[in-house]
Design a protein around this ligand. Structure first.
Ligand SMILES: *Cc1c(COP(=O)(O)O)cnc(C)c1O
Length: 372
């Protein structure tokens, strides 16, 4: 008998999603327009310091529009955390701009403020002022925003927060996504809440959000016919997806608690071994613990555990492979000492879904402890 699959992070419906979807069907709003989109934006805004929100088709689309709003175009340099998913950096290339990657720091694994400043100084010396900074809150852990925004404002460079993994996390009590010029979220199937596929752009600047809505709906000017003075995109969230999102937002706080409780369980049980390290929250940092991550001594011990889990039909995954190590970005500049290279080699993401039960968690920790 094969053992049931334990997933890394699978969708977890709260129960009311289908009622919202039913209502969308009943009212025939089966389109990327409709009342559920506005309701979803309003609810998300309430959780995000009442900032303005544009609901979009993906987190990637949101990052792309954020770069367009900041005027990023041909040849511009954009600083980005190297330790992230490729979707943080790909939109830089969509704009024919150049990514420059920055290393992580040890406390949060996110972009290092010192290396960030070093990179800016170095580019200024050759007469190239970077046009934007993309900060990622990886695995839900807030980046050091005070230090980062201090560097950014010293040089007058706008900041985009990629909070795709960080919905529900807070930094000194303020929600992620609201700590810079523009924030983005993702509602992909594996994220802390999902609309199956979806994303959002948020900002305290209403003009950005108005423009994002315009660009995401094919940039139609105000006219009875179709009139276009800009290149637009088909990036708006579907009303059906927004309906799912309304149900999911109702359980966001619960999902954060459940994911944090997974982390606590893993930490408690796996601390029996002194070979497993966890990423603690610095004071004032509150992580949604989207994924629980561990560090092993080296690559081989990481792989041993990953393969042992796979043998038990348990999905785990190495930490993100840094962007400056990716074939497609091999020619890009990188500032740092390779802290993220090391994290990638030694780190593993454990099953972290809010729908895991005690037996799933016990199966996972047993397989780890037997192989560490
Ligand atoms: C998921 C993710 C994205 C992209 O979001 P999509 O909705 O899948 O397009 C961007 N950045 C990070 C860090 C992510 O984890």
């Amino acid at each position: 008998m094969s053992k049931s699959k334990i997933w890394l992070s699978s969708p977890h419906m709260g129960g009311t999603e289908f009622d919202y979807v039913q209502n969308a069907f009943d009212t025939n709003w089966i389109a990327p327009v409709g009342p559920h989109i506005k309701l979803f934006e309003d609810e998300l805004s309430k959780k995000s310091r009442n900032y303005s929100v544009a609901a979009l088709s993906s987190g990637t689309a949101a990052i792309h529009l954020a770069l367009i709003l900041l005027g990023i175009s041909d040849g511009d340099e954009v600083l980005c955390s190297s330790f992230t998913f490729s979707a943080s950096a790909n939109p830089i290339v969509y704009q024919r701009a150049k990514p420059i990657f920055i290393d992580s720091e040890h406390d949060t694994w996110n972009i290092c403020p010192d290396k960030l400043e070093e990179a800016i100084q170095s580019r200024l010396k050759v007469g190239n002022k970077p046009k934007a900074i993309i900060v990622v809150h990886l695995y839900g852990m807030p980046a050091k925003m005070n230090e980062i925004t201090a560097v950014a404002s010293k040089f007058g460079i706008p900041v985009i927060e990629d909070a795709a993994e960080g919905l529900g996390s807070t930094y000194f009590n303020e929600p992620l996504g609201t700590l810079s010029d523009i924030g983005i979220f993702s509602f992909n199937g594996n994220k802390i809440i999902t609309t199956s596929s979806g994303g959002a752009l948020i900002s305290s600047n209403d003009d950005y959000i108005k423009k994002a809505k315009y660009l995401s709906t094919q940039a139609r000017d105000d006219a009875p016919h179709y009139e276009h003075s800009n290149i637009g995109f088909n990036y708006r969230l579907s009303n059906i997806c927004a309906a799912i999102g309304l149900g999911q937002l109702e359980v966001l706080d619960k999902r954060v608690k459940q994911r944090r409780s997974n982390y606590s369980f893993y930490k408690k049980v796996l601390s029996q071994s002194d070979k497993i390290q966890f990423l603690n929250e610095p004071d004032g940092f509150y992580s949604n613990r989207w994924l629980t991550t561990i560090l092993l001594a080296d690559y081989d011990s990481r792989e041993k555990i990953r393969l042992a889990l796979a043998e038990e039909n348990i999905e785990s995954r190495p930490l993100w492979k840094p962007m400056h190590l990716q074939p497609i970005f091999k020619d890009c500049l990188f500032f740092g000492d390779g802290i993220c290279n090391e994290l990638y080699k030694r780190g593993l993401c454990l099953p972290s879904g809010s729908n895991l039960n005690e037996s799933d968690l016990n199966r996972t920790t047993k397989a780890i402890l037997d192989n560490v």
